[in-house]
Design a protein around this ligand. Structure first.
Ligand code: UD1
Length: 431
């Protein structure tokens, strides 16, 4: 728990090294449990979601070796047990324990997940997938109990494109009997990352990254070594930050292809974006054009960058509209941005943003992870000091945020809630 303080208006420039992808890490960690041997995962982001996941696995008896940026997971010592709420409530991706443990043991009892409050976040597609594989699913006061004598491959059509359901079905199907085909599958790079790990473990998965994925189940998966892909959402956040702060920032350790929709939108506004093999340079400009942004499943513009993008659009010369087609009520950052001087109207699943706003530092609250980074960007370009409460949300997904911002020249520091622990200046955010 703590607060983030930002003294805005400082000139920013430099390089940022991107960490491993959060949304991959939280799927790869449970996926590793499917192996009958140790799995090493490298380029591990040191973020709260990873710490919570490793705590859950330890509680279940898994053998873990957690080093600076890698982890070795040996799921052979795992004790299948009911995990009601507690830690599983702390993160959305705890739902991957359903697919992984159902695949491994044929049964699982794990509570419904928590995670960012972005409005309703149903799990019906996950359940539908497990049932199609032959599992009986019961919701016992919020604990999802699933059991199958034998999981059998099936043809599963997802009514909506869902990252979580696609990965969860892949995890269970990797140990099912026969072939599973997921139609209308999500195509996010993190899905390819999970399929790559499973294939390295000995699974036979084809088509990950397209909307039809074919999984041939197997009885045995072995240990292996895997490197997590770079976090395209962290990278996109820093790209937007550089544009908003009119800074010259090179973002390193990225896969530029994963960020095409973001680069294209920034160029449309008038930002100079250039790509190398594994880095992207963003050069902010004095004047930007207004744009319309619509979020969509990958390769469309990610909903996870809608909130930081809202902050950037307060700085363009005219009104813009941003529509979230994935989470239609993901606008809890808007009230806070308004308190800082932004002029934004929310209409249904859209926000209409007046450009050309002068922002001022004040006390604001990060209601969720990406709302948090939207406020951080706002703080960096504001006049005066911004005080952000709810930092734990931001720490769920941004490794060493304070250190990375300071390396660009930002004046930012974190204070813990206890007055005696207040430290200033050179602090990192503890991740
Ligand atoms: C993942 C990401 C999250 C991102 C989101 C959309 C992780 C850990 N989180 O979340 O950062 O914002 O993708 O890119 O990877 N839906 C249903 N029923 C279901 C499942 C989903 O109706 O059973 C709906 C959701 O409410 C949402 C849409 O489908 O409107 C997409 O959600 P989904 O892709 O499943 O999001 P998550 O996997 O939870």
């Amino acid at each position: 728990m703590g607060k983030l303080f930002i003294e805005g208006g400082k000139p920013l420039a430099g390089k940022i090294e991107i960490s491993g992808a959060k949304n991959s890490a939280v799927a790869l960690i449970p996926a590793a449990l499917l192996a009958d041997g140790p799995v090493v995962i490298e380029n591990l982001p040191r973020i709260q979601d990873v710490e919570i996941y490793t705590d859950i696995l330890r509680e279940m008896g898994a053998d873990l070796l957690l080093e600076d940026d890698w982890i070795e997971i040996d799921g052979r010592s795992l004790r299948p047990m009911t995990m009601p709420n507690g830690r599983v409530k702390k993160l959305r991706a705890s739902y991957y324990l359903w697919g992984a443990l159902l695949g491994k043991y044929g049964e699982v009892s794990v509570g419904l997940p928590g995670g960012c409050d972005l409005g309703p976040r149903p799990v019906d597609l996950h359940i539908k997938g497990f049932q199609a594989l032959g599992a009986r699913v019961e919701n016992k006061n919020g604990v999802m109990s699933m059991k199958a004598e034998r999981l059998r491959g099936a043809r599963i059509y997802l009514d909506l494109v869902s990252v979580g359901a696609t990965i969860n079905i892949m995890l269970a199907a990797a140990r099912a009997e026969g072939v599973t085909v997921i139609e209308n599958a999500a195509r996010e790079p993190e899905i390819v990352d999970v399929a790559t790990l499973l294939n390295n473990m000995g699974a036979n998965i084809k088509g990950a990254g397209t909307d039809v994925i074919r999984i041939e189940g197997t009885d045995h998966l072995r240990g292996c070594r895997h490197t997590i892909i770079p976090d395209r959402i962290e990278a996109g956040s820093y790209m937007i930050l550089a544009a908003a702060a009119r800074a010259d920032v090179t973002i390193e350790n990225v896969i530029p292809k994963h960020l095409e929709s973001v680069s294209a939108k920034l160029r449309e506004i008038g930002v100079v974006v250039s790509e190398e093999d594994d880095s992207i340079r963003v050069i902010g400009q004095d004047h930007y054009r207004p744009v319309d942004v619509k979020t969509a499943p990958y390769p469309g513009f990610p909903t996870d960058l809608q909130q930081p993008m809202t902050t950037l659009l307060t700085q363009v010369d005219g009104p813009s509209i941003i529509t979230d087609n994935i989470y239609g009520s993901r606008f809890r950052h808007v009230d806070e941005l308004r308190r800082m001087g932004a002029v934004i109207k929310v209409e249904g699943r859209s926000a209409v943003i007046e450009g050309g706003s002068r922002l001022f530092g004040t006390r604001v609250v990060a209601s969720d992870l990406r709302a948090g980074i939207a406020l951080v960007i706002a703080g960096l370009i504001s006049h005066g000091v911004t005080e952000i409460d709810g930092v734990h949300h931001i720490e769920r997904g941004y490794a060493n945020l304070v250190g990375k911002l300071q390396s660009l020249g930002a004046t930012v520091w974190k204070e813990s809630m206890e007055p005696e622990n207040i430290m200033r200046g050179e602090l990192t955010d503890g991740t």
